[in-house]
Design a protein around this ligand. Structure first.
Ligand SMILES: O=P(O)(O)O[C@@H]1C[C@H](O)[C@@H](CO)O1
Length: 304
């Protein structure tokens, strides 16, 4: 199947009913309604200390959750539903290495139908309501740094949030004080202690691991060579279409964050080269590297 067909097929496990409502992410009472709807799905109390977001093709990280309670997004009134291949669309509650986790097996992107950055980041607020103090966020990304190879992992040490700089911050227009500080600081957004822990874990596993700056573009088109060159010039090492708005909301909620990119393709800097990126290629690399990425996440959690 070619990539363009994949993007219009629904390979997700769950299809929502046609009248599936989606909440207003800037209404705090709507958020509480979604949280109650999730609690109503099961007859055990749900809580978690660590939240995990799986990037494209990285749902395998969610397969590490022990004794999972699986709640499809389509079964949660008010919760968005994703149609992007490689994103299963399940919220999982369970444990990894004895720690209580909640895992988003599939995320939302601003380029999806009727999406915006605030709605994409709504699940972070939901996970916060279930008690998370730490969030591990992953994504598939194109490598800009010349040292990167397919399948490399890059810890995110900082980000450039292009849609946010252009007026699409998930915090815009929030007026309910229960959301927290509007003027959220992004100092240490990708926590230094957690990054040091991740580096120690990678060293113990003898894994290649880089640190770098992640840039988020709006997508869904992949970047032109001139755009890739611009991102390189401003100091970006990897580029993708997610993550920054989730981390910003997490920081507003006081959640400590660790982020990493799986380099699924090498971004093309030369307009004379004929290099076509496809989502199929992204998923293929993620499939090859998925086990390594999930074992990395489990070991980090075990050592937290
Ligand atoms: O969910 P992530 O950010 O991992 O997905 C990446 C960015 C685009 O959604 C898609 C491009 O192939 O993969």
């Amino acid at each position: 199947m070619v990539a363009s067909d994949m993007l219009h097929s629904n390979n997700n496990t769950h299809v929502p009913p046609p009248d599936h409502p989606v909440i207003n992410p800037k209404n705090y009472d709507d958020l509480l309604t979604v949280v109650s709807a999730i609690r109503a799905q099961v007859d055990v109390p749900l809580e978690a200390e660590i939240g995990i977001i799986c990037g494209s093709g990285l749902g395998v990280i969610g397969d590490q959750v022990e004794n999972p309670i699986v709640i499809p997004y389509s079964k949660i009134p008010g919760f968005p539903v994703t149609n992007v291949p490689g994103h299963k669309g399940n919220l999982l509650f369970g444990t990894i290495a004895g720690k209580k986790v909640v895992c988003m097996q599939g995320r939302f992107h601003p380029y999806e139908h009727q999406m915006n950055t605030a709605l994409c980041a709504l699940p972070v607020r939901v996970m916060h309501q279930f008690g998370i103090k730490t969030m591990i966020v992953s994504n598939a990304a194109g490598g800009i740094n010349k040292n990167f190879q397919y399948g490399d992992l890059m810890l995110i040490k900082d980000h450039i949030f292009l849609p946010g700089l252009a007026g699409h911050s998930p915090l815009i227009g929030l007026k309910d004080p229960r959301y927290g500080r509007l003027f959220t600081s992004l100092h240490d957004a990708y926590n230094k202690d957690l990054r040091n822990l991740a580096i120690a874990v990678a060293n113990a596993k003898k894994m290649r691991l880089f640190e770098g700056v992640f840039v988020m573009s709006g997508g869904p088109q992949y970047e032109s060579p001139a755009e890739v060159n611009m991102f390189k010039t401003v100091g970006a090492d990897a580029l993708g279409m997610s993550t920054c708005h989730e981390v910003i909301v997490a920081r507003q909620c006081g959640i400590t964050c660790l982020g990493f990119s799986l380099i699924t393709n090498i971004a093309n800097l030369n307009v004379e080269n004929s290099v076509e990126v496809s989502h199929a290629e992204v998923l293929e690399t993620a499939k090859e590297a998925g086990e390594r990425a999930s074992s990395f996440v489990c070991d980090i959690i075990a050592n937290m």
